[in-house]
Ligand binder design. Structure first.
Ligand SMILES: Cc1cc2nc3c(=O)[nH]c(=O)nc-3n(C[C@H](O)[C@H](O)[C@H](O)COP(=O)(O)OP(=O)(O)OC[C@H]3O[C@@H](n4cnc5c(N)ncnc54)[C@H](O)[C@@H]3O)c2cc1C
Length: 459
């Protein structure tokens, strides 16, 4: 039992706010991006510096509280919040410092990717992230990080040079290839299992303007498009990224009215190579089909990063299922065509993110993220603003997943999973799981950090 006196002493040890159920901001502070998640923590420590994080970790351990770490709060399964325990909310830690001469950026643990892109774009630089600007750097990076620059620059973790962490015993450590290299290995894919990351150091690439946008085809073309795409994207120049999607065309400009609210299939492209080569690179895409909509333009990189933000504001119901995929067989494509056509709501979707190109240049055992030989991370999301549609979006997602899972590589990208049990977590880390469990035992033997895709310490 926590006494009022104990809580007051904890509050006095923090520079940031300690939020409790009776406080006016409690409901806003416990809300996460996915409105299906409704958890009520006992305390929320909105940390503003490393000292606050150390105090909060120690408090949780001493009082045996369930502990969740909140970065951007985007996690599908709601792993940035817990019932009853303590939430370390990093949203008050958002400093960013670009070093243009070293081409690095130091990012605090509570930043979102839009904030990082804003800071680095001013220098004509970028590091790979995801496809939505409001996603947290913390969770996305610690799980791997897949996005528009994946084929050219690798995963976010492949560009991580170092990090600062507060460990389960309250110690503060820096990790890199040279310092605490076992922990550095583990956090590159192992999620929030090993400590609270208070800052990340990323390598930056010269990326200012990209050529990108969607190409869309009518659904009766799905099988033909997917068969073409599966060959094209694995051998395309690494400067080109393109994820396949089933989507419903939003009823807004710049989409032509004739396509509004039509279910279609398409690819969202991002070419980050020399602009004078773009026409040549896009020529086979433009001529294939040809697409019903060809929306490729030069644009600042952050514009593409924010392109889906309006379609996916916080507060919708989300149900997620995912798999890694090595090959897209004709049989799998036929199943995709069937289930893609049955998308239950406007925001529901299926994406196939390429994880080839640069990602394949890193060995399976070089970081915790082990699926280095597959070609896609597939994700099926049932999404809708109306809670009354929860069952519809959930049923469609599960049906689609059950049909395609036998055609997958086994595990799934941890950041696209909900609570799917230990077997799934182990399948995802494959041959790296045993080493992860050993590192976990060394740094978090009591499993303090367990509100995540949990790696259990070896016994
Ligand atoms: C709309 C949307 C689009 C997405 N698009 C992409 C995409 O393009 N590419 C991609 O790779 N992923 C994508 N994701 C998935 C995303 O990577 C995960 O949801 C991720 O967990 C979000 O990180 P977060 O910090 O916002 O989440 P949170 O919910 O805050 O945290 C998620 C997990 O990470 C841990 N964590 C977060 N920050 C820290 C930290 N600083 N230290 C230690 N542990 C921490 C938490 O404990 C928790 O277990 C998307 C998600 C959404 C909702």
């Amino acid at each position: 039992m926590l006494t009022e006196q104990t809580i007051q002493a904890f509050r006095a040890s923090l520079r940031g706010k300690l939020i409790q159920p009776a406080d006016a901001e409690y409901d806003a502070a416990r809300k996460v991006y996915n409105a299906m998640i409704d958890r009520r923590p006992r305390l929320i420590a909105r940390c503003v510096d490393v000292a606050d994080v150390i105090a909060a970790v120690r408090f949780a351990r001493e009082h045996e509280l369930l502990l969740a770490i909140r970065g951007g709060g985007h996690n599908g399964g709601g792993l940035g919040v817990c019932d009853d325990g303590l939430v370390i909310d990093l949203s008050g830690m958002r400093g960013i410092r670009v070093d243009p001469s070293e081409r690095t950026v130091r990012v605090d643990g509570g930043c979102t990717w839009g904030e990082v892109d804003h800071a680095t774009h001013a220098f004509g630089l970028a590091t790979p992230s995801g496809i939505i600007s409001t996603t947290g750097v913390g969770g996305l990076t610690l799980g791997g990080g897949i996005g528009h620059l994946t084929r050219k620059c690798g995963l976010s973790i492949d560009n991580l040079l170092g990090a600062d962490l507060v460990l389960a015993d309250g110690r503060f450590v820096s990790v890199s290839a040279k310092e605490n290299s076992d922990l550095f290995w583990a956090i590159r894919g192992g999620g929030g299992n090993f400590g609270v990351v208070t800052s990340f150091l990323f390598h930056l690439h010269p990326v200012r303007t990209i050529v990108g946008g969607p190409t869309l085809w009518h659904l009766d073309q799905t099988e033909k498009v997917m068969r073409w795409y599966r060959e094209f994207i694995v051998s395309a120049p690494q400067d080109l990224n393109g994820f396949f999607a089933f989507l419903t065309v939003p009823p807004v400009a710049p989409f032509p009215e004739a396509l509004h609210l039509k279910k279609m299939c398409g690819v969202v492209w991002c070419y980050a190579g020399p602009e004078d080569q773009a026409e040549k690179v896009f020529a086979p895409i433009k001529s294939f089909g040809p697409p019903a909509l060809y929306g490729i333009h030069p644009m600042p990189y952050p514009m593409l990063q924010g392109a889906f933000d309006g379609l996916y504001p916080p507060g919708h119901q989300w149900y997620w299922r995912a798999d890694f995929v090595k090959e897209l067989s004709d049989e799998a494509i036929a199943l995709h065509a069937r289930h893609g056509a049955e998308m239950p709501t406007m925001q529901s979707s299926m994406h196939l993110y390429p994880i080839n190109g640069k990602v394949h240049e890193v060995g399976k055992g070089d970081a915790a993220f082990s699926y280095r030989d597959v070609n896609w991370a597939a994700v099926i999301v049932g999404v809708d603003p109306d809670p009354a549609n929860k069952a519809r979006i959930t049923d469609w997602t599960k049906r689609y997943f059950d049909a395609l899972h036998p055609h997958s590589a086994g595990g799934a990208y941890v950041n696209f999973m909900m609570d799917e049990g230990q077997e799934r977590v182990q399948a995802t880390y494959g041959g790296n799981y045993a080493k992860l469990a050993t590192v976990k035992k060394q740094y978090d033997p009591g499993n303090l950090f367990r509100v995540n895709q949990n790696i259990r310490p070896t016994q």
